[in-house]
Design a protein around this ligand. Structure first.
Ligand SMILES: [Zn+2]
Length: 264
């Protein structure tokens, strides 16, 4: 509990009908641009209504492209980089430093993106999984992490913080983290948890087989050295709030919403 439980503290923003939310601690940094986009303000029809950014969901390609363009307009800078997410622990870094061979932006696979390049926006797409936004304030480095339950049990958050420290020289004590809208303990029921989730996580389970993945992320970030007071949780459950977000568990056929972060 305490400072971590900051429900409904996200700052709502709206531009041209597109509604997105900002974490107050990240919004305080002039160098950072970010937004967790709701499903509102896009052009897709049900069940992808309306700001769907997910390809391979069944939505029309041109709608997804237009939705992504609307998000780019809100965020500013270049069109966000999307990555083919595979529920693994691959961290892809994009370096500002000259002489470093960065991967082809059109063909990225992994579940976390890190960069120190101004104007290079990063996007993660989700519908129940967590998107976690990170900012290393001492080195001006941003990261965007896809942490579903598989990513959580393999600690992709810890991997990403270590990558920021090792390759970008970020001190974890200066990293700020925002845990986006995702499946909350109210709805994260895992009836097959005994074969799906390692026993070291069973302490995060209540007596109805619901897991608190928000608490798991908080603890993984803290173990990686991120101070508790730098970690904010949106406290918004996607399945409870399908008016605002896409939820795979809540809707099955649905879209993906975007969490974007970049540097000015
Ligand atoms: Zn819920």
């Amino acid at each position: 509990m305490g400072a971590f439980e900051t429900e409904h503290m996200m700052i709502p923003q709206e531009k041209n009908g597109v509604v997105y939310l900002q974490f107050p601690h990240l919004a305080r940094f002039p160098a950072v641009r970010h937004g967790v986009f709701t499903r509102r303000g896009g052009c897709s029809d049900p069940p992808f209504d309306s700001l769907n950014v997910g390809r391979g969901t069944g939505d029309a390609e041109d709608r997804v492209r237009r939705n992504r363009a609307r998000i780019a307009e809100c965020i500013g800078g270049t069109e966000p980089v999307y990555i083919r997410q595979v529920h693994g622990t691959g961290v892809v870094s994009l370096f500002r430093k000259e002489g470093v061979q960065n991967p082809d932006l059109k063909n990225l696979t992994g579940d976390a993106l890190v960069t120190d390049i101004p104007g290079r926006n990063l996007a993660i797409q989700v519908a129940d999984c967590q998107a976690v936004l990170l900012y290393g304030a001492d080195r001006k480095v941003v990261a965007d992490v896809h942490s579903g339950w598989r990513g959580s049990i393999h600690n992709i958050l810890g991997e990403t913080v270590r990558e920021m420290a090792r390759r970008f020289d970020c001190a974890p004590a200066h990293i700020h983290a925002g845990i986006g809208p995702s499946l909350g303990p109210c709805c994260a029921e895992f009836i097959h948890y005994q074969r799906e989730i390692p026993s070291r996580f069973w302490g995060y389970k209540d007596d109805r087989d619901h897991f608190d993945f928000w608490a798991i992320s908080r603890d993984q970030l803290r173990e990686a050295g991120v101070p508790a007071e730098n970690i904010l949780n949106s406290g918004l459950c996607t399945r409870c709030r399908t008016d605002l977000f896409f939820s795979y568990r809540g809707e099955a056929a649905t879209g993906r919403f975007a969490a974007v972060i970049g540097l000015r």
